[in-house]
Design a binder for this molecule. Structure first.
Ligand SMILES: Cc1cc2nc3c(=O)[nH]c(=O)nc-3n(C[C@H](O)[C@H](O)[C@H](O)COP(=O)(O)O)c2cc1C
Length: 397
């Protein structure tokens, strides 16, 4: 957190606007504890993702501990700095406001996690436990907005859309078993009709206890987007596995291969693994899309977590991870290091079958096992080079 000069100073609502003008949904990558770190964010940004979330950061620790600040939040001072939303876990208005004040010069907006279902978080009234504390969530949003305003940032939502000092305050939620409680929650958190408290809302349409293997609750999403989607932009988080097989229709959902126009202009300069082919997978689907079952005319954007972890090129229209995306990630890791085990896990995810209908994988199962046996970065790079060399010569391992 040293040099704010390289932060892409675009108001996130402007990105929503650009996507809308292009008649498409906004593409975002989800907050993922451990995984949505800088090198990964840069990678997805290079492949058509418009807006990237950091992992959840505990506001209280962040405010009190310099080491927490240094390890939890890194930005690029020399290279692609994707538009970034810093997500916090907090349950005290002043804590969220203070932490937001600290990251504001280095980010495009801040977000409050009201969805983490883990028992340690809920025991501390963090994450999904906040779904039972709607006034507190509202107060945290209001206090944060006021603090940012006092700091000199533009926090008047659409009015500040072209203000280079414009910042957003948003909230990510789950739904309740009884959807009326979610409606009450959103009504409280949004506040006044003409001057809502939050810039946008991300909805993960599962309850705190729904397993991630259970499909999202589309009926709840349909109700919530039709009730609130004209008042506040809404992002869907959950089961965004492939652009062409989403189980709903929307006027802003392009069919066919999307052509994102908000892509990085600062692609990594050096390629560590040399390659001649551009992509293993042409951007097309192997399976026909399922028939959509819901209509979501007021949905503004998509957020992907598990699928984009496997395929960072998801929003560029690739149905499975292409080799160049792995190379881009490794190049980014060299400039913005991650612990080796984390890199290994990322690469293994990218090289395995993804979450979408296209189950082709860059590495076979035995190859992934060999990848996981690598003990350091050099071994890992050598291993991937060797596999790719064999592929180029037309053999399989
Ligand atoms: C490894 C992992 C870490 C996650 N960490 C966070 C987090 O820090 N904050 C958050 O709001 N959600 C977090 N989530 C939830 C995702 O953001 C997302 O809402 C959920 O996985 C559903 O989306 P998906 O079907 O695209 O995976 C995490 C999910 C995964 C898989």
């Amino acid at each position: 957190m040293t040099d704010p000069s390289n932060v892409e100073l675009i108001h996130p609502l402007k990105l929503f606007d650009i996507a809308k003008n292009e008649k498409r949904l906004l593409y975002t990558s989800a907050p993922m504890v451990r995984y949505s770190k800088l090198a990964f964010r840069q990678t997805v940004y290079a492949y058509g993702t418009d807006l990237c979330w950091t992992p959840m950061i505990l506001a209280k620790e962040f405010n009190r501990n310099r080491f927490a600040r240094d390890s939890d939040f890194t930005i690029s001072t020399n290279g692609p700095q994707p538009p970034t939303i810093v997500q916090f876990g907090a349950n005290v208005p002043q804590e969220l406001a203070r932490a937001s004040s600290l990251v504001a010069p280095f980010s495009n907006g801040v977000d409050l996690n009201c969805g983490c279902p883990q028992s340690w978080a809920c025991a501390e009234t963090l994450g999904a436990a906040l779904m039972e504390k709607r006034e507190l969530v509202r107060d945290m949003a209001v206090e944060t907005r006021e603090q940012l305003r006092r700091d000199g940032w533009g926090v008047d939502k659409e009015k500040d859309i072209s203000n280079p000092k414009g910042k957003s305050v948003s909230v990510k939620i789950r739904v309740h078993k009884d959807i009326r409680k979610t409606i009450d929650f959103i009504t409280t958190v949004l506040g006044p009709e003409q001057d809502r408290h939050i810039d946008w809302l991300t909805i993960h349409p599962r309850t705190r206890s729904t397993r991630s293997s259970t499909p999202i609750n589309l009926e709840a999403l349909e109700i919530l987007t039709s009730t609130f989607g004209t008042r506040v932009p809404i992002l869907l988080s959950g089961d965004v596995f492939a652009l062409e097989t989403l189980p709903f229709t929307s006027p802003t959902l392009l069919t066919g291969t999307p052509t994102p126009t908000i892509t990085t202009t600062t692609a990594p300069r050096n390629t560590i693994i040399t390659t001649t082919s551009s992509s293993k997978h042409p951007p097309h689907n192997q399976n026909p899309p399922p028939s959509p079952v819901a209509s979501l005319p007021h949905l503004s954007g998509l957020m992907s977590a598990r699928a984009i972890l496997c395929n960072p090129a998801l929003f560029a229209g690739h149905p499975a991870c292409p080799w160049p995306a792995v190379e881009t990630f490794l190049n980014n890791v060299v400039r913005c290091p991650l612990p080796f085990k984390l890199v290994q896990h990322h690469v293994s995810e990218m090289c395995g079958p993804g979450m979408g209908p296209d189950k082709s994988a860059l590495l076979t199962k035995p190859e992934r096992a060999a990848l996981m046996a690598c003990g350091n970065m050099l071994d890992l790079m050598d291993f991937l080079d060797a596999v790719r060399g064999v592929r180029r010569d037309g053999f399989t391992l």
